[in-house]
Ligand binder design. Sequence first.
Ligand code: IDP
Length: 152
Amino acid sequence: MVFTDRTFVMIKPDGVQRGLVGDIVARFEHRGLKIAAMKMLLVSEDLAKKHYEEHAAKPFFPNLVSFIRSGPVVAMVVEGKDVVPMVRSMVGATNPKNSNPGTIRGDFAVDMGRNVIHASDSPESAKREISLYFNTSEIATYKRIDEQWLYE
Ligand code: IDP
């Protein structure tokens, strides 16, 4: 099945440095979601500011920009039915103090500014964020072999 539902996910520098990339990607794969694109990169200042533009006026904005640039990140496009809310529920609350166990932040994070992962909060943000990080030629269209066992 080829879904139009897509979300943007980023494993932030803390997740990469702590060796959590494999565990996090496995959660999406095991859930049945499709990784349509994935790359490691260093985020430029310009890209970091665009990514977090909705927070530009907030006092923590400079920290957000410098943290996302503090090491390599892993950016992904993830696809599946209702993928935006599904991935947000897998990620957990923004502040890990309030993230339920079983969520990525609830299992792997302690502090708000070291919350391991970013995921789009709406289909509109997903579209915008995917276009910031990926060209259309970098996004693969393919079928998972288990789709008939995932979708009724
Ligand atoms: P989200 O990552 O759960 O979507 P957003 O509100 O979009 O949360 O905030 C982006 C990131 O900015 C958060 O993941 C967190 O790392 C950081 N952040 C959000 N609110 C605060 C704050 O009040 N103080 C410090 N950092 C914050």
